[in-house]
Design a binder for this molecule. Sequence first.
Ligand code: F6R
Length: 608
Amino acid sequence: MCGIVGYVGNREASPILVEGLSKLEYRGYDSAGVAIIENGDLTVKRCKGRLKNLENNLQKKPVKGTIGIGHTRWATHGEPSDSNSHPHSNAEGTISVVHNGIIENYIKLREWLGSKGYKFYSETDTEVIPNLIDYYYKGDLFEALTKAITKMEGSYAIGVICKNEPDKLIAVRKDSPLIVGLGKDEFFIASDIPAVLEYTREVYLLEDKEFVIITNDGVTLKTEDGEVIDKEIFHVTWDIDAAEKGGFEDFMLKEVYEQPKAIRDTLTSRIAGDAKVSLENIKFTKEELDKFDRVFIVACGTAYHAGLVGKTVIENLAKIPVEVDIASEFRYRQPLITKNSLLIVISQSGETADTLAVLRDSKKLGATVLAVTNVVGSSVSREAHHVLYTWAGPEIAVASTKAYETQLIAMYILGLYLGEVKETISKEESSIIKEEIANLPSKVEMILTQKEELQKFAAKNYMDKDVFFLGRGLDYAIALEGSLKLKEISYIHSEAYAGGELKHGPIALIEKGTVVIALLTQDKLKDKMISNIREVITRGAKVLAIANEGDKDIEGVVDGVIYIPNTNPILTPVLSVVPLQLIAYYMAKEKGCDVDKPRNLAKSVTVE
Ligand code: F6R
């Protein structure tokens, strides 16, 4: 996720672009840049780091001009660096582009453009765009852009300016957001409304493949065939705070609703139809994988819970024994790491001190280290031998939601990849799972439509002192995650237990009125879970079940049921965690807690 802005008007563009970018920092903040038409020439300023760095550079050496584009980056291809920062330009510096999205076929396009003499100076996918436009440019920027996008696969919101047409800004989108702000004698483009709200409340919300051509005379919307589009103006009524959160009350809720997109982005180009899983730069041979006698998955908190799901997935699909541990425990227990070990570390931030320490210690012992992280250029991404990025975009709320979902997806991608290379999974089995994985985003969307029921449950139970979560198998891993979410943002005491453990102690805690949330999405374990549910009900518990659609037999047993759409049993965690995230969220809201910044917690734990 990145943020783009653009300005055409009579005022100096530079401060307006920087101000707009500051409102989009929630979309990314590892580097920033602007390109401005200055005295008929294109001037680009860009640098690694927070927007403040760019602002300081611009203060030292201002760029004058009234047409420009700007970008705040969250790296996907190429680590944060000055040369990977946007805007990107063609070699002559006559065309500059800002881009949000992912050009999936950029390697092929680089090779193709390379064969025509084009040179590249960054590691980004974006750099192909100004060069493609350059290739097609015959004096008409709009025409060149329409031709360029026919070559591009993936998602994009693009803003372009060109030295040869210095009074013009052109933009287009596909699968990445883009709006056009309509001020008085001045016009804007932006990835999101907050960037323009200070200047106007009148906007166009662009649809896929709609182009906008902006000059001082006004705004024209066109199709790729050049037909003019007549579009309704959208009047924004939100205040700036609500707009930054996309109209949601909190970043956490916004991020919960971003999960379908985060899953789609993480799957992009890795799982495509029936083709074998492809992991960008990660390429193991069967012999290399057969060498690993054990996989260790190590992480902290929510990422550790993703690892618990990863264990089952990798053991089932790739038939390698997997040990999962909490980084702070693993590092002090002299684990039996050897050169035949594959260590998978999972970390949203890529900076968690204990996880990083395990990575370093294990490397010294000869292990091969693969990092699953959300932050390009983070410490774990730099130090691991291999990196699989989760493309969740920046996660602002302290409680992890969309990053967790994408960590689960990474586990499936890895499990399938290892299984395919090791030949431990049949083509049919792999196809069935891939087909179902592709359906997960829309199934998460379906669960999100049930929010009223979850809200009601929260309103009824938010005064409870304790909440218990029960599950077996993969459901137990989700029970742990649901319990962590609830305690960290609502401060309600909660515990998660494996259903089979109840009788070994925890059942002593159940009394009249105790709330139990029971997961029973694993068909093979369903009857056993129903027995556990009956045991707690007999002792007075009120039970909410999370079950598969169509499992009507549970209705007569429990006080309430939330159904999740049917899917392959190995994939249910991606669905069943969503109601638990929402329960935690609504319980915390009922109690008046600050869900985005829970007490005593930091987003990234960089000290022991
Ligand atoms: C809980 C949460 C934390 C993190 C943990 C690891 O919602 O966010 O438990 O999962 O601190 O952080 P990363 O993934 O950045 O290593």
